[in-house]
Design a protein around this ligand. Sequence first.
Ligand code: ADP
Ligand code: MG
Ligand code: MG
Length: 921
Amino acid sequence: MASTRARGKTAPARKTKAARTKYVYFFGKGKAEGHRGLRDLLGGKGANLAEMTNAGLPVPPGFTISTDACRRFYEEGRRVSSAIDAEMVEQLRRLERATGAAFGSSTHPLLVSVRSGAKFSMPGMMDTILNLGLNDVTVETLKARTSNGRFACDSYRRFIQMFGNVVLDVPKDAFEHELEAVRAARGVATDPELDEAALRDVIARYKKVVRARSRRTFPQDPLEQLRLSRDAVFRSWQNPRAREYRRIYEIPDDIGTAVNVQLMVFGNTGDRSGTGVGFTRNPATGAREFYGEFLINAQGEDVVAGIRTPKQIAELETVMPKAYRRLRQITSRLERHYRDVQDFEFTIQDEELYMLQTRNGKRTGYAAVIIATDMVAERLVRPKDAVLMVEPEALSQLLAPIFDPKEWQRLPIATRGLPASPGAASGQVVFTADEAVEWTRQGKAVLLVRKETVPDDIHGMFVAQGILTATGGMTSHAAVVGRQMGKPSVVGAGALRIDERAKTVRAGDATLREGDWLSFDGLTGEVKTGRVATRPSEILQVTSGELKPEKSAIYQRFNQLLSWSDKVRTLGIRANADQPDQAAMAYRFGARGIGLCRTEHMFFGEGRIPIVQRMILADNEADRRAALAELLPMQREDFRGVFEAMHGSPVTIRTIDPPLHEFLPKREDLMVEIARMEATGQSGRALEAKKTLLARVEELHEFNPMLGHRGVRLGISYPEITEMQARAIMEAACQVVKAGGRAVPEIMIPLVGDVRELRDQKAVVVRVAEAVMKEYKVKVKYLVGTMIEVPRGALTADEIAKEADFFSFGTNDLTQLVYGFSRDDIGKFLGAYQDKRILDRDPFASLDVTGVGQLVEIGTVKGRSAKPKLKVGVCGEHGGDPSSIAFFARVGLDYVSCSPFRVPVARLAAAQAALKQRALD
Ligand code: ADP
Ligand code: MG
Ligand code: MG
């Protein structure tokens, strides 16, 4: 077990020499050997089945084979040891005694389901097998016991189908094909219309399919059926789609899945039976309403598979009032018990309700915020629990764009579907997941349009702007996965006519081809043809002042949650912003400070580049100073704007960092232009100027600019640049202070690896700062510090701290230099590294805690050993990444700084880090 990531903590080893490890856990008759605390061992499904059993809820009895057994399965070359198998058989006998039924019995046959269930739910990743235990003999017993031959045969044909697919790898189509043939022969449209004789025909055909495709006869011995199914579940842990899902959701590969074996209850015995799924609150909007779907006379996956269109759960009240009331009562109780929205599965057999699953429901970011704040208002949870209930990433969903209502209303509605996951999506239509990936790679925005999605589509769903399906309900695969990814999704748009082969889709009157534009609104379910511009989310409208906070319910909840977060977090949150408008936005999102203001971005501002170039081209100090003098007032204005936008919160401004050639034209372009001028007979000053420029560009050329003449090295070569920048910063600060405002400049020298570099530049800054303050006759509190971004800087942090008022870890460059990966070139091999599991994540997006993190820790500890009150922050991309933030909080940094749009995410992530740490201490 090599996993060290936070999500992947496996349970501590339970093995002791004396006690035999237990692998199989029974539940039934109001008592279970497991409970909800054992998710590592029993998986989410198994743990909750145990918990519900203990709570006295109507759960069919059964047993859970633990994730330990799954790990052993892989350790032992993909086989279950005889000891574990014997333990399973022991528990099977116990189940037989508890139910009065027996495997293969010709009087009372035991029928079970075999269900996978890992610690983290992986919807649709591993298929469930129902009705196991049926064979040519027991199917007749089942018929006799229920006086329902149709039901018995329907159950048997489903079992062969599921077992054939999951265990024997027979493609689903092969069975579907036979079913269709029988439907056609009988002249019926749907499965419920098939009578017993028709189903016997289906069974015979299915057995033939199995024999032809798998080269074995369908196994008749129930115990053999069970063993094969169990092993198939274990094997499915490593199937490609499960692996892909784990990669996307960063679920460790080594935690394994449990197997649940459970007595069957039947939703397909007739019109007094049914099956369904639901939520205690609306998972798309968060509204406090009972929410779900069901089908009469159906079994298992029929509801989620999107084959038959299910009914709204409210209708259950009229059809089976007693079962409905019981369901309401049980699910409300479950919500109170788990203190979170429950996503449940149930089956009604002859009006008797059974609970088959419950778990904390997945929800959209929007719903997450509504639910968390509602539950505090209902006194179901405390504010700090609410803070832990919302994934930080969910908040970035709330900032996602919406359509411009005017533009949207101009277009007619082509069709409608179910609003499965909110957000505005506009893109070019593609019909397969692979195409979605390919087109996205080419820089196109795509909408993935499918009849229904399956787990194999996950990579395409991940990259698409939105997902649109023709069949399926609000709990279909597309809906569940779309919500979880925060991807706008509309499902079950039944009027869409998709021809996947011809690559066309009819929506209303229009026929669209691959590549045509389509748009939909995931909050209303409306679909329109054409491209529609999007506009900022409601929250953005409030933060930008277009909309009054009182007018936006979601903004108020968002704000409430974040203010609770601010009360518990220990990390400060700053933003990386270069311009006054960005700084203002960051302030409105709650940043209290700028962690990184990159001065060179200002050089690209309007009309500035020629002056910058003149400064670079100068071959003597006097000319250089003249150009710098022109830049000074411009920089001063920018800085003043940033100070004002921050209302007295500290502003860290970095002196020039990139190599100078970045401000000059490309060598090749210049050469082409000079050749063209010469060819067209131009001469004189313009041509000479180009030639001078080219000469300077060639002079500045470097083999490895990232390791070249940049950062502090520039300031050391050209102290007048540092001088000008220090002056612009201090003059701006003095002006703000003189005007009655507050400004707290923190001047930051980049790329320092040796204390003497910093000492050199600090002398320049201090000299200028003191002079400026004397000129302006005001005192401004200012700091001079450095970025720690080269490994030597971190390793000698104790020396550097003597000269620095603060450190800021530049984790982008630090990652680059610690791994030796160029940030701009990692794309070429990152994919291969991730496929081979050499890297789990992009180290530029999520901090490599083991390596780079060590330097952050060393730098912090050493720095503070020399200067205990040293202020330490981080300003790389990692400052906005929740798992990196958790690490920075652990190391004891003072703040993280991230892009303005990530500030809400960072505030929440920092609060969660603090709460989790408090729980550990
Ligand atoms: P998933 O993880 O894909 O939801 P489940 O193991 O929950 O798979 O099974 C899917 C469905 O199969 C359940 O929602 C339920 O309707 C049906 N099912 C599973 N076990 C049983 C059972 N013992 N009796 C009746 N139906 C069952
Ligand atoms: Mg499944
Ligand atoms: Mg389920």
